[in-house]
Design a protein around this ligand. Structure first.
Ligand SMILES: Cc1cc2nc3c(=O)[nH]c(=O)nc-3n(C[C@H](O)[C@H](O)[C@H](O)COP(=O)(O)O)c2cc1C
Length: 357
């Protein structure tokens, strides 16, 4: 089980991850992404290891999932190795078939760093080492780590990851900025390429990867990519060209070969609307009504990012409060743009309709 990664790499050539996202990540979103890109791995938003060991309710709300989401990765954060180990045991012994556990050494938020969690572990190599080691001893599941280039450029990335590898980390994801740079600054993967030459575990890069062309440029000697924002408006952004020519793969997804232009998948309006419908249906199946309406709104608007002509629908989508209302709006869009359903908004194939501006 611990060399799960190796088997996956042999099968998939490169590993592709949907990044963890606090507030955005739930079973419905994962199902919507896996419906069109069945090969991706989904990493959960971060959960407190301490909460997990003290709250059965939390475990029973965040670990259950649909089998389409497998293999599912659960990300946890905290600072004490013993707490991490207990949480790892709970996750691996649960009935929910979790595939592996990821440790958050990524989060740059002030309150997280001040309390010695998240990216703060980059300046506490010994604790970081102990965390991975304790977890490795507590569970048969593989342990991976998501972290950053460094905390403030004063740490040595290669040494840090070698420590984690010695503690039996199985895979590392590096976000191409330091914790101090937080959400600003361009991505710089140079140090990540160099890291790969000094460790034997798979190395995944993350930050600002848009689509297949972009990730082919950035992946270089690395083992995979992790992305999030791009998937918001194009759930097909995870697909690569070999898969488009693989009929078995095509049967599993909604992808159409013709929409793969210049190595980028350009979904049609109809495909985007279908993805919205599917996402809404899954959310309706998994969440209670009030929470449902709040959570679907941000997704619906993002799906239509390449479709600026539907402003009037956008306003209604951000206030939708039921599956019926959402379906009604989507059907109205379909009706108004019935001639444009097979056109690709990202290629500007749909002409402006003045009355909607
Ligand atoms: C709202 C939000 C929530 C996030 N939550 C998490 C999280 O829980 N765990 C984590 O490791 N990274 C988290 N991230 C970081 C993302 O996983 C990812 O590293 C970042 O968005 C960069 O990738 P992208 O450029 O493809 O979006 C979050 C980012 C945002 C904007």
């Amino acid at each position: 089980m611990k060399d799960f990664w190796k088997n996956q790499l042999e099968k998939n050539k490169k590993l592709v991850f949907l990044a963890p996202m606090d507030w955005y990540w739930d079973s419905a979103y994962r199902q919507a992404m896996k419906r069109v890109s069945p090969h991706i791995f989904c990493v959960s938003e971060f959960y407190s290891a301490d909460w997990l060991i003290h709250s059965k309710f939390l475990a029973d709300s965040v670990l259950p999932h649909n089998e389409i989401e497998d293999p599912l990765i659960i990300q946890i954060f905290w600072k004490d190795p013993e707490v991490f180990a207990k949480a790892a045991k709970i996750i691996s012994e649960s009935k929910y078939n979790i595939a592996w556990i990821d440790i958050n050494m990524w989060c740059p938020a002030k309150k997280v760093v001040r309390s010695w969690h998240g990216s703060c572990l980059l300046i506490n190599e010994q604790t970081a080492f102990e965390i991975v080691k304790h977890m490795h001893e507590a569970t048969h599941l593989p342990i991976s780590v998501k972290t950053r280039l460094s905390f403030d450029w004063n740490q040595n990335l290669i040494k840090f990851v070698q420590w984690l590898e010695n503690a039996w980390a199985s895979l590392i994801t590096i976000h191409g900025r330091t914790a101090k740079q937080a959400y600003t600054w361009r991505a710089d993967f140079t140090n990540i390429y160099d890291l790969k030459n000094h460790v034997s575990i798979p190395v995944i890069c993350n930050w600002d990867i848009e689509n297949y062309t972009d990730w082919m440029k950035k992946i270089q000697n690395l083992d995979g990519i992790m992305l999030w924002r791009a998937s918001f408006w194009n759930p097909w952004c995870f697909i690569w060209i070999d898969q488009i020519n693989d009929n078995k793969f095509i049967e599993k997804t909604w992808a159409i070969k013709e929409n793969f232009i210049d190595w980028i998948y350009h979904p049609t309006l109809n495909e985007i609307l279908k993805a919205m419908e599917f996402h809404a249906e899954k959310l309706n199946e998994t969440k209670w009504e009030k929470k449902w309406s709040l959570e679907i709104r941000k997704h619906l608007v993002q799906y239509l990012k390449n479709f600026p002509w539907v402003k009037k629908y956008r306003k209604r989508l951000v206030t939708t409060d039921s599956i019926e209302n959402t379906t009604l709006i989507i059907n109205e869009i379909k009706q108004e743009f019935s001639e444009d359903l097979n056109k690709r908004p990202s290629l500007n194939e749909i002409e402006k309709k003045e009355e909607n501006l």
